[in-house]
Design a binder for this molecule. Structure first.
Ligand SMILES: Cc1cc2nc3c(=O)[nH]c(=O)nc-3n(C[C@H](O)[C@H](O)[C@H](O)COP(=O)(O)OP(=O)(O)OC[C@H]3O[C@@H](n4cnc5c(N)ncnc54)[C@H](O)[C@@H]3O)c2cc1C
Length: 381
């Protein structure tokens, strides 16, 4: 890394998700470079792809996508490609037959435990009495939740949901997986507390199409890198946003396999204004196979006589959606990272290229930073 791209080498980007598209936009617009994007699917957008279904309802193919960020730079960047409006996302969790707010707030506790907590101080005291003591540095994801919320909430809201999501116990998951679960010491219902919580009018795909409206960019859909690699001109700079283990297996001839979790999405439409009470409902009980149900009109603000929901079922099979951060996969990833360190002229980025869960804003920020590093180097911007 740190190498500066100064000549006319072509930029080749594998993957038309947000990471790849951001980088393509920067190289084409700022550096005036020719960019070739290779995408194996028949559409751009990666997992942020949304579309209008047969009833004309705007839905996301890979589940609900909510944009929120603390980064002014990311906000300023995305503003250029869409007309954004404020949107405060809310999620409920179906526990003991009730819909309760998540992240856990005062109302969650009152509804689940019949308490009459009134303010943050009382909530802190209530939790302090229940948090499992002596966990200074949590060693796994179970310890994270036990130390923050105690055994009862862990069992009701996190233990089984995590098992459904990852297929293994929270004990086997690195602490970072659940490290950031927020707690609200108030009645605040918002899912995120980030400064910028917005949604693009017309959806994410429309925004991403705008990002690559540039004659310097050539997009090849339905093109798998591995069957196209021989056509890439020598001297090109390669940016890879697909699964890193596949790439290293291809390069080295030895099979490297990292674990991922996938999701089966089942869509259903109804000829009615709304189907459920909130945009997203989580189902943390192991007795319900579905993990969450999303009604897209709440998320998009669309007005329509029809409504569409998606129900999600986690699975070990299918497209790789979530890198599985277990203690076992950590070792495998470290082996791959050693090989990556010796490769020249190839840059890995994004959720699959870096094998880490990142939100949309992080994907954009990492791509912007990589571009800056390569284009500006030490030059002042
Ligand atoms: C179910 C789910 C819900 C999410 N919800 C949110 C949310 O609410 N808010 C939020 O901020 N983020 C959310 N995210 C994260 C968000 O989707 C990612 O941050 C974003 O998609 C990352 O973009 P990316 O370009 O790194 O990866 P991707 O979107 O995965 O794009 C990678 C692209 O590379 C292509 N590709 C792979 N291999 C090859 C190959 N061999 N040849 C050619 N092309 C290839 C793929 O087809 C894909 O299009 C969610 C993710 C998931 C899975």
């Amino acid at each position: 890394m740190g190498e500066k791209i100064v000549d006319n080498n072509q930029i080749v980007i594998v993957g038309a998700g947000l990471s790849g598209l951001t980088l393509a936009e920067r190289f084409a617009t700022v550096a005036n470079k020719k960019v070739l994007i290779i995408e194996k699917r028949d559409r751009i957008g990666g997992n942020c792809y949304d579309f209008f279904d047969k009833h004309g309802v705007l839905v996301s193919k890979y589940g609900p996508h909510i944009f929120h960020t603390q980064e002014k730079r990311v906000y300023e960047y995305v503003k250029k490609f869409a007309d954004w409006e404020k949107y405060e996302h809310q999620v409920s969790s179906f526990v003991k037959g009730k819909l309760v707010p998540i992240p856990v707030n005062i109302e969650t506790i009152n509804l689940l435990f019949g308490t009459k907590i009134n303010n943050g101080e009382e909530m802190r005291r209530w939790l302090d009495e229940r948090r499992v003591k002596g966990i200074k540095i949590p060693m796994n994801s179970e310890e994270v939740v036990l130390g923050k919320l105690g055994k009862k909430i862990y069992e009701l809201m996190f233990r089984d949901y995590t098992k459904k999501q990852w297929g293994i116990s929270p004990k086997e998951l690195e602490s970072e997986v659940l490290a950031r679960i927020p707690i609200r010491y108030s009645f605040e219902r918002g899912y995120s507390s980030n400064k910028y919580q917005i949604r693009p009018r017309g959806g994410f795909t429309k925004m991403m199409e705008k990002m690559i409206e540039n004659p310097n960019i050539e997009l090849r859909l339905n093109t798998d890198y591995y069957s196209f690699a021989d056509n890439i001109p020598s001297g090109s700079k390669l940016f890879f946003t697909g699964p890193i283990d596949e790439f290293i297996s291809y390069k080295s001839g030895k099979l490297y396999k990292l674990p991922y979790r996938s999701v089966k999405f089942v869509f259903k439409s109804f000829h009615k204004k709304y189907f459920q009470k909130v945009g997203v409902i989580n189902y943390p009980s192991i007795k319900t196979k579905m993990s969450r149900s999303t009604e897209y009109k709440y998320l998009t603000g669309q007005k329509h006589d029809w409504t569409t929901i998606s129900r999600e079922y986690f699975s070990g099979k299918g497209e790789p959606l979530y890198p599985l951060k277990s203690f076992e996969s950590k070792k495998k990833y470290e082996e791959i990272a050693k090989i990556v360190g010796n490769l020249k002229g190839i840059y890995f980025l994004g959720r699959l290229g870096k094998y880490k869960y990142i939100n949309m804003d992080q994907a954009i920020l990492e791509a912007l930073n990589l571009f800056d590093e390569l284009y500006y180097g030490d030059k002042k911007r």
